[in-house]
Design a protein around this ligand. Structure first.
Ligand code: NZQ
Ligand code: ZN
Length: 383
């Protein structure tokens, strides 16, 4: 097992009706004024908006709304939020939604505390020194953003989808009520499932050594994601399946699945972010296209682990069988598994490879992931 540091300061409130506590939680922390972020319409349709407003009013907490966060959140809307946070001098960020709302909230939390250009932090040219405290009510389980120090934003002027990482942007408190996810549509549940699996397999396959505990933990996450997603797709309101899926998604990217592994990179996310930046495809759908293609290219570099994956997840004996089986499951639940399915022709591959290579450069992975390699991987995904 490798040496590691583990730090996770996020307090989790999990279970039914927990969202009603948001006012009291903020009041206890002496928060008087928040920037309240949400997406397009889902929280109004489900009645969550009214519940949040009521809880804030009961504690006399002022709120400034920042609505309309897009899935794959964009820099221009984030900049507007930073401007509002500064103008109204808010004490904290309240993000009510999925990964996109949380990530934009985290970025605003950083932007509100600096006069530097926020995009410099994404280009890794500046280090984050502070941020406003962040409070979350999660409405779609997928990204793990509710309990980690990452945020991903798309710069729509340059078509770059990049991330920040800092101990200052872990949410202070995240509220996870599985009932709030009953309305997540089946298609989006499929993308979420792919995303959670992606979060654990990146290190599982690319790490040079994965301790037994980590292997078993990760395989447990993958199996739980598959079982609970199958149940959710049969019955949207299956509380136990929604609850287990929600907590599994949080555990997949709160740091625990990566500790003790030697090395490890996030190549599938790197390529998926290029697809997201260029075509605005949902994050999980980008991953379901990239993962089987990347696996095909990578499998001989760690054949032992690919054989283990085939055996432990699908009870199969060969690497190729494991790759085919995961691809088939992605398809079965309704996630796309090649570029053609999302209307991207082979002629676009060079553009995607160039975009992914830019991310590889920022992430210092460009030695392995040259444009030629990225093109080869993407060609595996063409149809
Ligand atoms: O905008 P509204 O109307 O709220 O609709 C949203 C949105 O269209 C809808 N939705 C959310 N909760 C719902 C619901 N619909 C019905 N019922 C509910 N309860 O779902 C749609 C997608 O929401 P979004 O927040 O975009 O989804 P997700 O949580 O998958 O977040 C994706 C973003 O997170 C980034 C992705 O790249 C992408 O930009 N990621 C963030 C990570 C992190 N911070 O750690 C890691 C991930 O790898 C990922 O990159
Ligand atoms: Zn992801």
């Amino acid at each position: 097992m490798e040496n590691f540091e583990f730090y996770n300061p996020t307090k989790i409130l999990f279970g039914k009706d927990t969202e009603k506590k948001i006012g009291k939680i903020l009041a206890k922390d002496d928060i008087e004024r928040v920037l309240f972020l949400y997406g397009k319409s889902s929280i109004k349709e489900t009645g969550l908006y009214d519940k949040v407003v009521r809880a804030l009013k009961e504690e006399d907490i002022e709120y400034i709304e920042h609505r309309g966060v897009k899935p794959n959140p964009v820099l221009s809307h984030t900049r507007e939020g930073i401007e509002k946070a500064k103008r109204y001098n808010v004490d904290a960020i309240l993000a009510v939604g999925g990964g996109s709302v949380i990530d934009e909230g985290k970025t605003i939390a950083v932007g509100a505390k600096t006069d530097k250009d926020i995009w410099d932090f994404f280009r890794r040219e500046k280090e984050i020194k502070k941020a406003l405290p962040i409070y979350v009510i999660l409405t779609v389980a997928a990204t793990g953003s509710e309990m980690n120090g990452y945020a991903v934003i798309t710069n729509e002027d340059t078509n770059e989808k990049l991330s920040i990482s800092s101990p200052h942007i872990y949410p202070r408190v995240s509220i996870l009520n599985p009932e709030l996810t009953f309305t997540v549509p089946p298609r989006y549940q499929a993308y979420a499932a792919v995303d959670v699996i992606a979060h654990v397999i990146e290190y599982y396959f690319t790490g040079q050594h994965c301790p037994n505990l980590q292997n078993r933990f990760i395989e447990g996450i993958i199996k739980t994601v598959m079982d609970t997603t199958n149940s959710i797709l049969r019955d949207q309101r299956d509380y136990n399946a929604r609850a287990e899926f929600m907590w599994t998604a949080t555990l997949a990217l709160n740091g625990l699945s990566q500790v003790g592994i030697k090395g490890g990179e996030f190549p599938n996310h790197m390529i998926a972010h290029a697809l997201g930046a260029l075509y605005d495809i949902p994050h999980g759908a980008c991953l379901s296209i990239v993962i089987p293609a990347w696996m095909k290219w990578y499998k001989d570099k760690n054949s032992h682990q690919f054989r283990r994956f085939a055996e432990k997840i699908f009870n199969l004996s060969d690497e190729e069988g494991g790759i085919k089986a995961i691809k088939a499951w992605f398809s079965e639940i309704g996630a796309p598994v090649n570029l053609k399915e999302v209307g991207i022709e082979e002629g676009e591959i060079e553009k995607i490879a160039t975009n992914a290579h830019n991310i590889a450069t920022v992430w210092k992975m460009d030695k392995t992931y040259t444009k030629e390699v990225l093109t080869e991987i993407l060609k595996n995904a063409k149809d």
